[in-house]
Write a protein that binds this ligand. Structure first.
Ligand SMILES: *Cc1c(COP(=O)(O)O)cnc(C)c1O
Length: 440
């Protein structure tokens, strides 16, 4: 109690977080890319190496997952304009949105239908490559289609993978690991949807269920893996590998924009809104975007009012030393992909200088926007994936933010607002009908 009063005296916004108010925080400590980059501890070369690795695996993926054959085994999503949704937001909130809103449809990424098809799959492939190279069975010059052979499946079956998840990471890692031949165990938190567990079991994945939240599922997964030297634990809270898998999105988006003839420069700023759970996905993508677009991209993280772990960690500078439960918030949200009480300390420390802000929103706001997007654009997402949709309104409503970054009316009207839609492509119809029924 006394500690809470001290915390609030020093960090007044904590009071709004505890009251579960929708909150926006613009980061006063944002620096240029040049100043912030050294603190990340990873470089453009690391991201390029990740991209090269995914290119080596592309022939394998094109065969293993026929839905990726059209893109030559590259797992990537479309960027689309959503003008009817933009009008709907303007009407519903009675507020003008300057610039154009686009949607990045990671919700419809092949293999696992969420942003986790970037980091999760990348980390499984990285591990598989390391094992095969060390065993002398593979060279980086080979056509990786050879990994489809029964000999490789046999080889990988000596090894296992474990991960803790609220659902989507488990789905991505489980499907990829099982496909390549690993034994895989996914430790699922209470938030995880039943259909994700069923789907995983149908792929031969072992699913362990917990009554507790994400933090507990991760701890139990970590423990189970420790006792087995052939088991590799994928550490969502600390993994540089996952982070780099996400970061590849930056250069890919740059190429997509170039192809569409869309400018991003000082006169045409880019604002990107990323739903945040533990932080690896949005952190990695934001890092990649900064490398690709420099200081012309502004990145924001979005969290549920019931799980504002990254906002709490970065705003107070306490990072993973403080959880939302520590300040009396329950971490219960319909946005299951974002139901994380303690943020990744690695991501918070890496990105605190490169992020322009964080905000929270109600579950009901996510449900409402989920319904509007389905009506206006016929695009269906899971609740977590709507968290970014409130971002353009927060920026356009804030003269303080515009002044802080010396953004003119002209620049704002030239702006691109990119809402990162992080999941929903695989949600079964009955489940989607329930989501749609909750919107107003
Ligand atoms: C996992 C997830 C996120 C956030 O990613 P983190 O790495 O946990 O921050 C956002 N949206 C969806 C749908 C997710 O599954």
């Amino acid at each position: 109690m006394e500690n809470m009063q001290k915390l609030i005296a020093q960090y007044p916004l904590v009071e709004d977080l505890v009251a579960l108010k929708e909150t926006t925080w613009f980061n006063p400590r944002t620096t240029s890319l040049a100043e912030g980059l050294p603190y990340v501890g990873l470089t453009a070369q690391d991201v390029k190496a990740a991209n090269d690795r995914l290119t080596r695996f592309a022939p394998y993926l094109a065969n293993a997952f026929p839905e990726t054959a059209a893109t030559g085994g590259i797992i990537e999503s479309d960027v689309v304009a959503i003008p009817a949704m933009q009008r709907r937001l303007e009407e519903e909130f009675r507020q003008k949105i300057s610039g154009e809103i686009l949607l990045k449809k990671d919700s419809h990424l092949p293999v696992s239908g969420s942003i986790k098809a970037r980091g999760g799959i990348y980390e499984v492939l990285t591990h598989a490559e390391r094992l095969a190279l060390e065993a002398g069975l593979l060279s980086t010059e080979d056509d990786y289609s050879v990994l489809l052979s029964p000999e490789f499946k046999q080889f990988f079956s000596q090894y296992s993978i474990a991960v803790g998840s609220t659902g989507n990471l488990g789905l991505s890692i489980g499907i990829m690991s099982a496909c390549i031949g690993f034994k895989v165990t996914v430790h699922m938190s209470a938030d995880a949807r039943a259909w994700k567990k069923t789907k995983l079991r149908s792929h031969g994945v072992t699913v362990v269920e917990y009554e507790e939240d994400y933090g507990v599922a991760v701890e139990q997964g970590r423990k189970a893996a420790e006792s087995d030297p052939n088991c590799f634990f994928i550490d969502d809270e600390n993994s540089r590998t996952l982070f780099l898998g996400y970061a590849v999105a930056g250069q890919r988006l740059k190429a997509q924009f170039a192809q569409q003839g869309r400018a991003v420069d000082a006169e045409h700023p880019l604002f990107v809104y990323l739903p945040c759970g533990v932080g690896g996905g949005p952190g990695g993508v934001a890092f990649g975007l900064k490398l690709a677009f420099g200081d012309n991209v502004h990145c924001f993280f979005a969290e549920p009012t019931h799980s504002p772990c990254m906002l709490l960690g970065i705003y107070t500078g306490l990072h993973d030393a403080l959880s939302v439960q520590d300040i009396g918030i329950d971490n219960l949200t319909a946005a299951d992909g974002l139901a994380v009480g303690r943020a990744s300390g690695f991501v918070g420390r890496a990105m605190e200088r490169l992020l322009d802000g964080l905000y929270t929103l109600d579950d009901q706001t996510m449900y409402n926007m989920l319904g509007w997007l389905a009506q206006a654009e016929n695009i269906r997402l899971e609740p977590s994936a709507l968290a970014g949709m409130a971002g353009p309104l927060r920026i356009c409503a804030s003269t303080a933010y515009q002044q802080m970054h010396r953004l003119s009316t002209k620049q704002l009207s030239n702006a691109t607002h990119l809402v990162w839609a992080t999941g929903g492509g695989m949600v079964p119809e009955e489940e989607m009908a329930q989501y749609l029924a909750k919107g107003r």
